[in-house]
Design a protein. Sequence first.
Length: 261
Amino acid sequence: MKLPLLLSAAFMLLSSISAKNSEPQLRGVSVDNEDESLNLKDAPSVIFEGSDPFNDGVNDGKRAANQLWKDMGNDCANAFDFESEAKKEARSRGWNQEGRNWQERAYNEGARSGMEEVVRAKEKSCLHDNPSQCIGLGEAASSMIVRDYCGGASGYSTANYKRECRDAAISQCKGGIYGKIDDTSGCRMPNTSTLNGLQNQCRDQVDQLLGIDSGGGGDRDATGDRCQKGSDCGRGSEWMCRNGRCQPRMEFEMDMEQATE
């Protein structure tokens, strides 16, 4: 009697193991140990042990995001970069893929959702509940602006009065068009699109008065565009390529004048 009972028990145990190993597979990781998930990052697929692939994905996404935040030093100064780093992490795990079947699609969607939940929680904690990061960011920005304006320790002013006057004239031109149209008897008031088009002529009109050939094209400006030669700027002879960037020749001459003062 004992032998048949032992054989029956062994058969039931083998059947249970076989059923578990035949369960469907998903992209991603579904584990209980946080550290264990790190070793399976590059695995193309894993055994899915749960009944809800979406919630499994949410849990794994949270674990991955929390570990990523830990790897970034648990530092609120990294809160601005956390979202982009989390997206990179999701791509490296294959969670940005649509999936080959409904289970993989649900799992990957859950993993992305879990990561997003952690990202938003860290952003809220670092950038909303405690404003010190925002205040520090503003202080750093204002210090940089003031240093540029005041010329730093040397006291040297980098102001370019001709360029500033030109920019102010362009701004004044744009702001004055509507009022001048309103003051002109018999002139139909423009709609927003037409007004924008008229304002976009201000840069070329100011440059024309200054004797600068901007090459037409309305208010478009090539300043700062990458280039290899002056013709890359496409703005006529008054534009030049300097240090790999487009620059109005007038501004270059202004800089030279300042350097010799």
